[in-house]
Design a protein around this ligand. Structure first.
Ligand code: ZN
Ligand code: ZN
Length: 278
């Protein structure tokens, strides 16, 4: 095994996940993982998501009494600054109407570092999930070039933001629109993101999704593992994330096949170092 810790797990405190913390702890123990990070979603700065984060923090704090190898993290996603401001003012996402100009919208994240640290959060995964540059993009047909541009913009933001410890699932796309051939993404964009991660002392995630989803081709998986390897060789530490949402299980076998083929050996997949935890 070359993966010994898992830094991206959703518990029952995420709106879209159902892993009880006790199940995560037991299965992590059975897998021989030395540390596991719980990273529930904090998508927006509203009561729904900040309440989930408080519940996750309280739950993990309690569980740590029995399972001291559990670490409290969070998963953040870029949101549009005008929406963040609206929620900050009104307390709700209800009734928000996006401005009709000023594109691309500035980016924000749901919480400040101070707020997260007060809850005991020790690190954050920052990851792109959807476009926030313009309103209404989810209702339009997917524009691949606009998506690439937007993912690049968001990931450059995440690679530089002080709240992000790990760039989560780089170039993940829910509909897998570039999962046939990773070369669709311009090399210059990948290089810029890698340079920013390196410069800002961030980690990059090897997310099990890419190696398990049927949307990704063999070619893509190979290319993706090589991409992670190239960042590792630049000195960017690579962490593993199962990104499990339910039935927490050992997904490492398949992932390690691709990592090994790309040159990863035991010791190359990192834990978060104590100095990098808040
Ligand atoms: Zn994610
Ligand atoms: Zn996740």
């Amino acid at each position: 095994m070359i993966i010994h810790s898992d830094w991206h797990i959703h518990s029952e405190y995420s709106y879209d996940a159902e892993n009880p913390l006790s199940l995560i702890a037991k299965n992590a123990g059975a897998q021989g993982l030395c540390r596991v990070g719980i990273t529930d979603h904090a998508n927006y700065n509203d009561e729904k998501f900040l309440g989930d984060l408080r519940a996750s923090a309280a739950g993990v704090k309690e569980a740590q009494k029995e399972y001291p190898f559990m670490v409290l993290g969070v998963e953040l996603t870029p949101i549009a600054k005008p929406q963040f401001d609206y929620i900050a003012k009104t307390g709700t996402r209800d009734g928000y109407e996006a401005p009709t100009s000023g594109f691309p919208f500035d980016i924000e994240l749901a919480a400040s570092k101070q707020e997260m640290m007060e809850l005991g959060v020790r690190y954050a995964i920052g990851a792109s999930h959807w476009r926030v540059d313009r309103p209404g993009t989810s209702a339009q047909p997917i524009d691949r070039d606009a998506c690439i541009k937007e993912w690049y913009r968001q990931q450059m933001y995440l690679a530089a933001d002080e709240r992000v410890t790990i760039l989560g699932h780089p170039w993940y796309h829910g509909k897998g629109i570039w999962y046939e051939d990773f070369d669709i993404i311009p090399k210059g964009m990948k290089d810029d993101i890698a340079a920013a991660l390196k410069e800002n002392g961030k980690y990059v995630e090897c997310n099990s999704h890419f190696f398990l989803t049927s949307m990704a081709t063999e070619t893509f998986r190979r290319q993706y593992a090589e991409y992670l390897r190239s960042m590792f060789e630049m000195g960017i530490p690579v962490t593993y994330g199962s990104d499990s949402h339910k039935n927490y299980w050992d997904a490492r076998g398949k992932v390690e096949e691709y990592l090994t083929a790309a040159g990863f050996a035991d010791g190359d997949v990192s834990e978060l170092k104590e100095k990098d935890l808040w």
